[in-house]
Design a protein around this ligand. Structure first.
Ligand code: HEC
Ligand code: HEC
Length: 260
């Protein structure tokens, strides 16, 4: 009797586990198979997937910047038509460490720049992938030619004598989102006003070190542990002449506001 009751109980238990698996299965399958571009678009604009207030939209457009110039200068290229590229981050598509899909390539930014060490969930990756696919109307396979512009001599000469008036507009277009009026914002500290032009040029060209790695100067220039996340601006995002003007503007700024 006791034994039968035990059997019954244990069978019920298995049945319950079985039912739980059966019920969970469709939801699980759905979760791993599909991503939606609506959810991906929300993630693209969401600072919630970062640890520092950055969203993808701080550094990448999701439209054709040449046709619809919104006046902003972002460190990264637009992700419009980027989905079908054969490779990302300049990797050889055949190399074992090449990214298989665009969302894998994006996780580099989530880790490096957005400082989210948990990266993205599988579902979030699929949603971002679906969105990046939705904004790629043409199957352009050409990889993006990276143009990091760190100075191999390390001297960064020729950044003196810029025009601070045009530098002001350029600063608002390229730097203000993280350095509001030169004060602390997403970047943790106010910008220094009194450094040599070469100092500013290096930070903008090398960023948190990744610009130096990609320029082939120092493979160890970036370290996650340093906690830094400033993006590098390549030569095709910001020209030397534009950078020179921005530097003149920063040097002309009043001292950081008291609140900083
Ligand atoms: C702080 C700035 C920053 C943020 C935030 C950022 N990225 Fe990037 N990302 C870059 C830079 C710089 C590159 C280097 C290539 C370039 O110039 O576009 C890059 C490269 C990429 C690439 C590879 C492009 C290629 O074809 O080689 C992808 C894909 C990408 N980012 C997607 C994303 C997505 C999606 C997000 C949000 C989840 C994101 N990034 C957030 C700055 C950023
Ligand atoms: C996406 C955010 C972001 C953008 C855009 C950005 N920066 Fe920064 N910047 C940072 C962060 C974060 C730091 C702090 C160092 C780090 O984390 O790598 C920093 C540090 C700096 C520093 C060194 C700190 C100091 O006080 O001297 C300079 C100079 C600088 N940025 C200049 C610029 C200029 C010029 C631009 C525009 C061309 C720019 N940054 C655009 C995020 C940004």
């Amino acid at each position: 009797m006791l034994k039968n009751a035990f059997y019954l109980f244990s069978h019920l238990r298995y049945a319950a586990v079985g039912a739980a698996i059966l019920f969970a299965l469709p939801a699980f399958a759905q979760m791993t198979i599909t991503g939606t571009s609506e959810a991906g678009r929300r993630l693209f604009y969401s600072p919630a997937i970062s640890a520092n207030g950055l969203s993808c939209a701080h550094c990448h457009a999701d439209f054709d910047e040449e046709t619809y110039d919104d006046g902003l200068i972002r460190a990264g290229h637009s992700l419009f038509n980027a989905y079908y590229r054969t490779t990302w981050w300049g990797k050889d598509p055949e190399a074992p460490d090449a990214y298989a899909t665009i969302d894998e390539a994006a996780v580099v930014c989530v880790l490096h720049y957005m400082r989210n060490k948990d990266k993205l969930t599988a579902q979030q990756q699929l949603d971002i992938r679906a969105y990046l696919k939705a904004i790629s109307q043409r199957a352009l396979r050409t990889p993006l030619a990276l143009a990091p512009a760190a100075d191999h001599t390390g001297e960064y000469k020729g950044f003196e004598g810029g025009n601070r008036l045009s530098g002001k507009d350029l600063f608002y277009a390229a730097c203000h989102s993280c350095h509001p009026n030169g004060n602390a914002g997403i970047a943790p500290k106010p910008l220094a006003r009194n450094r040599e032009p070469a100092y500013y040029a290096r930070v903008v060209r090398e960023g948190d070190g990744l610009g130096s790695v990609l320029s082939g100067i120092d493979p160890n220039a970036y370290s996650f542990k340093d906690g830094r996340f400033s993006p590098f601006f390549g030569a095709d995002r910001l020209s030397d002449a534009q950078l020179r003007d921005i530097i003149a503007y920063i040097k002309s700024l009043p001292p950081p506001s008291r609140a900083n």
